[in-house]
Write a protein of this length. Structure first.
Length: 205
């Protein structure tokens, strides 16, 4: 909350009712989006500064911890929030499709029908040929490109040698800054992306 985000994607997050009970949702607008089957550890999307979030339909709960979310406010967009658990949900062999790769196919219409963002903990550096071609078909590109935050820049501690937290956006957006925030006791640093409409200056999202 000290970062004053418009939209925050939080992985390994307790369910909102538990957070509200201890006053941790002060400043959050509307009801958060939260998915998961463990009340101590799910995926959440919080909105502040006049923005609102709601879970979109169709939603495929079998693709665990990936949520299609409609964001409304001074700008509106579709957000695919990601906490990709690549070794879970019965995925035991490298040739099996992980949840993010399946989600990019299932939610392709969601990602192409309006300005879109895909962001969160990918648990992998998604720059294989498959990912590049799939992302390009959805019109998505890495927001960190050109901001000195290389794919190898670690966002997790201890560093894995790759950056596994990412923000990708459709051509509607222009990223004016992407950076890593300060540690707050987590094994991940917050990835902060400031985005504006590509064709005009505006307050960043």
């Amino acid at each position: 909350m000290r970062l004053r985000p418009d939209v925050a994607i939080i992985c390994e997050c307790a369910e909102p009712q538990r957070l509200a009970a201890v006053g941790a949702l002060n400043g959050v607008n509307g009801d958060p989006v939260w998915i998961g089957d463990n009340r101590n550890k799910g995926l959440a999307v919080f909105t502040c500064n006049g923005y609102r979030a709601r879970l979109a339909e169709p939603f495929y709960p079998t693709i665990r911890h990936i949520a299609p979310v409609h964001i409304t406010g001074s700008v509106a967009c579709n957000l695919l929030a990601v906490w990709a658990q690549n070794a879970g949900a019965g995925i035991s062999r490298k040739h099996q499709l992980g949840p993010l790769r399946r989600a990019l196919t299932k939610y392709r219409t969601f990602l192409t029908e309006r300005a879109s963002i895909v962001a969160g903990d990918f648990n992998v550096a998604p720059w294989s040929h498959y990912f590049r071609t799939t992302l390009e078909r959805s019109g998505l590109s890495d927001c960190a490109a050109g901001h000195g935050l290389a794919p190898s820049w670690p966002s997790q501690f201890p560093p894995l040698g790759i950056r596994i937290d990412h923000c990708l956006a459709s051509h509607h957006w222009r990223s004016i800054d992407v950076r890593l925030g300060p540690s707050n006791g987590s094994d991940h640093l917050p990835l902060i992306a400031d985005l504006v409409w590509a064709d005009a200056p505006a307050d960043p999202l």
